[in-house]
Design a protein around this ligand. Structure first.
Ligand code: GLN
Length: 516
């Protein structure tokens, strides 16, 4: 045996920062780090179902290349050798990209998304593609055509959505870092219900080139991790200007890593949003939130209450704008150029339209169809002004609410989601109940501002993780990390360890898995 395996099962529990350190000191090789994760995946993903595709060979080859370069004395990126999982809505050359949909089953993109190019350039091995609600529509992964992912805290519960694969992969130690996308909360809500961290950067802060679009004016890719610093390290790799995305911000990535390291909140004014609390919020979630605010005050911040009266209409506006944009973006799935093609039954020489209809009928799930119908209706002439136009006006009012609130507060805070993780099946037949999960996360997408969720603790009534949301003005992403890091330190001090130390061990036999 060349590498004694004794320390390997431990590796998967390390933070990404510690992995990067140990790799740089040559205490561990990238191949060992990747192999430890592949073993962990083999042991637990049957139960959690975080991954749609695992790329063992590709990840090991990337790791080997990093190890060889390190031995040769090359100047490597700080994150070289630290593996990452990528949500299946992000294109990866040579690796399937399904968006959780039957219509893209078997599709292998010919190109990498810009953020993937950046991961590869930094030497970060890609372990695989994570599960998601079909085309990122949902809050639970139950809309995935390939079956739901499960919450490592309780396998009968949802890991959030649409990025439940990326959140559960972290909480079950199957990857130290993951990529998510957030159109209405799909990074933050999954982080909230799994006790992990996730950031939606400022709109335009991370390139959208190579993301399969859901709603282009709302979509934003972002980093997911188990700690605030880890999330910052990934943010720094994936962010920055991209000439291939015309909405990409022409500015360097905000100083997120430094902010996470300093964790300085002295003199910061924190605005508690009056409209994002109270009725509809689970008492245990609210309780953890209030405690977290008190801890930030102890750390040197002050608190003000702010009013955002138009947030009451955010959900309604979002569920007009999103379906409108989605119906137009998804029109490209016509069975002619790529993806599933189904011949209509009982038709001898079907027309292109009949093939399109049969393929879409078979290829799209119920939620996707629902939103396409909603969107085409809202955009149809005669209804456009009443629905889509009106929603755009509300969007402006919400941005104005934020602008006013940020005149009195440096950051705004709220619970990330109104409740802890619900049971699989509980809301599947009630789209409106499902949509209500997003009340606190959606305003940030409508205004294009950055937001983070980190764990605030376990709710007393069910022992499940609750999320704390931080919002900052556009291009001030570093504030999320300063506040998040300060809160994380205070909470870890109070708990005497990381929250995820308490997640049930799904594979007590992991120790035996690595054969060496
Ligand atoms: N749950 C939201 C929705 O269903 C969020 C989607 C997202 O952020 N991709 O639209």
């Amino acid at each position: 045996m060349t590498h004694p395996p004794t320390h390997l099962p431990e590796i998967v529990r390390w933070s990404a920062a510690r992995m990067a350190d140990s790799l740089a000191r040559k205490e561990v090789s990238a191949v060992e780090v990747v192999q430890a994760h592949l073993d962990r995946i083999a042991a637990v993903d049957g139960a959690v179902h975080s991954y749609l595709h695992v790329d063992a060979d590709g990840a090991l080859a990337q790791a080997r290349a990093v190890d060889d370069a390190r031995v040769a004395g090359a100047d490597l990126h700080v994150m070289a050798g630290v593996p990452v999982a990528v949500k299946d809505v992000v294109t990866t050359a040579g690796l399937p990209t399904t968006c959780g949909s039957r219509i893209l089953q078997g599709w292998v993109p010919p190109y990498d998304a810009t953020l993937v190019t950046k991961l590869r350039a930094a030497g970060m091995p890609i372990l695989g593609k994570t599960n998601m609600d079909e085309f990122a529509m949902g809050s639970s992964t139950e809309h995935s055509a390939y079956g739901p992912s499960r919450n490592p805290w309780d396998l009968d519960r949802i890991p959030g959505g649409s990025g439940g694969g990326s959140s559960s992969v972290l909480a079950s130690f199957q990857a130290p870092l993951a990529i998510g996308t957030d159109t209405g909360g799909s990074i933050r809500q999954p982080a909230a219900v799994t006790g992990t961290v996730g950031t939606k950067p400022t709109y335009g802060g991370v390139s959208r080139y190579g993301l399969v679009a859901l709603a282009s004016s709302l979509d934003q890719a972002g980093p997911c991790g188990r700690t605030v610093l880890d999330t910052a390290l990934l943010h720094a790799v994936m962010g920055g200007h991209d000439p291939r995305d015309s909405t990409s911000i022409v500015a360097p990535v905000p100083e997120v890593v430094r902010a996470a390291q300093l964790a300085d909140v002295a003199g910061l004014r924190i605005g508690v949003v009056r409209q994002l609390r109270g009725e509809g919020y689970q008492p245990g979630v609210q309780e953890r939130f209030d405690e977290a605010v008190a801890l930030l005050v102890e750390a040197g911040a002050s608190v003000v209450e702010v009013d955002c009266p138009n947030f009451a209409y955010a959900l309604a506006a979002y569920y007009l704008i999103l379906p409108s944009e989605a119906s137009s973006n998804l029109a490209k799935f016509d069975a002619m150029r790529y993806g599933l093609r189904v011949a209509p039954e009982g038709v001898n020489e079907p027309t292109a339209e009949q093939v399109m209809a049969a393929s879409r009928e078979a290829g799209f799930g119920d939620e996707v169809k629902r939103r396409i119908i909603l969107g085409t209706y809202a955009l149809s002439s005669g209804y456009y002004d009443a629905y889509y136009g009106q929603a755009q006006k509300v969007r402006r009012l919400i941005a104005q609410d934020f602008a006013r609130a940020f005149e009195t507060a440096h950051v705004l805070v709220s619970p990330t989601a109104p409740t802890t993780a619900f049971r699989i099946g509980e809301k599947l037949d009630d789209p409106l109940a499902m949509y209500l999960n997003d009340v606190a996360t959606i305003p940030a997408n409508l205004a294009g501002i950055p937001g983070m969720s980190l764990p605030s603790g376990l709710a007393a009534e069910d022992g499940l993780p609750a999320g704390f949301q931080i919002l900052a003005p556009a291009m001030c992403d570093e504030r999320l990390y300063a506040v998040g890091s300060a809160l994380e330190r205070a909470l870890i001090g109070r708990w005497g360890g990381h929250l995820l130390d308490r997640v049930p061990d799904l594979a007590p036999a992991t120790q035996e898995v690595h054969g060496g």
